[in-house]
Design a protein around this ligand. Sequence first.
Ligand code: FAD
Length: 431
Amino acid sequence: STQEQTPQICVVGSGPAGFYTAQHLLKHHTQARVDIYEKQLVPFGLVRFGVAPDHPEVKNVIHTFTQTARSDRCAFHGNVVVGRDVTVPELREAYHAVVLSYGAEDHRAMEIPGEELPGVFSARAFVGWYNGLPENQELAPDLSCDTAVILGQGNVALDVARILLTPPEHLEKTDITEASLGLLRQSRVKTVWIVGRRGPLQVAFTIKMPRPRKRLAELLLQTATEKPGGEDAARQAVAARAWGLRFFRSPQQVLPSADGRRAAGIRLAVTRLEGVGETARAVPTGDTEDLPCGLVLSSIGYKSRPIDPSVPFDPKLGVIPNMEGRVVDVPGLYCSGWVKRGPTGVIGTTMTDSFFTSQTLLQDLKAGLLPSGPRPGYAAIKALLSSRGIQPISFSDWEKLDAEEVSRGQGTGKPREKLLDPLEMLRLLGR
Ligand code: FAD
């Protein structure tokens, strides 16, 4: 059948889930065509806008994604917001199968009084700010206080703490944005507390997977108690900056300054554990502790949003309900990555998960479970988008922007200086 010969498949989202799904589909079906739609003008999702600037080796996956995007059976269409510029039913009509890989773009709110005060940010927005995510460029956090409190003890919390405490000259040769580096240079933040509801054995940091918890706990204790040596000691003496973990504390209220205009501290409920092992729950003891601080960053998790009323969504778990990547009750619709599993796991986990979804899809294709007959694929969507005044960004457009960023970084020894303004990007592309 035609679908066996040239299946038209579309992937929504160009983060690791989208790219690994596409890579696997192209590799295991010699005829399949894959279109990747992305709402940002630029590709790679959290590899560009999440992974910390001082972890450049993690971003090497971009080379693999670029190989995939350059395949003549693959196309990237940036600047297309699925759910707004084109609907999921329209995509399902144009393709034999649609894979939703749009990640987790929201954050979990703490839902405590004072959360809206200036000086309180989500770690998600803070990370977006220093990594050049256009929507977070107005954040400009006030770093004139001496203490910051991060609520939540996961990898993102550690990234944020590191960026706040690393001497700015150590970030100068990374792809951190020049604007955020400017503010970090003037920062007076000296102490960062990383606060968690539970204890050292339940923290959510991951080290190179898979490693047992015991090793993790040892590493944590070692890091917390180790005397720094050599260059590190010198650096710390000069910078006089410190961080610490506070366990068994849960946020209760952000305390306002005397004039009520901004955050001046946080009230923490003291907790104790009920139960044992990984499932132990933190319950309040009734005691509280007030920590003065001018900056509060909530890092209690990312959260996916529903994309389109036609797509089932589990608001409690924040995922698309699915069985092995097949969206429940919607034939021909699949999901992969954080929107499938929830917002945890490193790029490697996302890769394995995306390969599974692709495998499931290819099995369904082989079993004749996808629509038969030819599908127009991008030709139909292109016409729709142009009737709506949307101009997609192609992968070769991105390669022009990429070259521009690299050349802007060259003068200062940075791998790139990221473009921050979508209008400027469009101008550079002659739009
Ligand atoms: P994402 O990477 O978020 O990709 C989703 C894509 O979908 C985005 O490009 C988004 O713009 C797009 N999209 C969203 N909505 C729409 C829409 N409506 N229409 C079209 N497109 C849409 N892992 C590591 O291995 N090492 C690390 O050092 C590391 N650091 C991290 C640091 C942070 C701050 C975070 C948050 C995560 C980090 N991770 C790290 C984890 C890693 O980033 C994730 O495992 C991975 O990015 C999840 O992939 P994804 O494709 O599901 O989501």
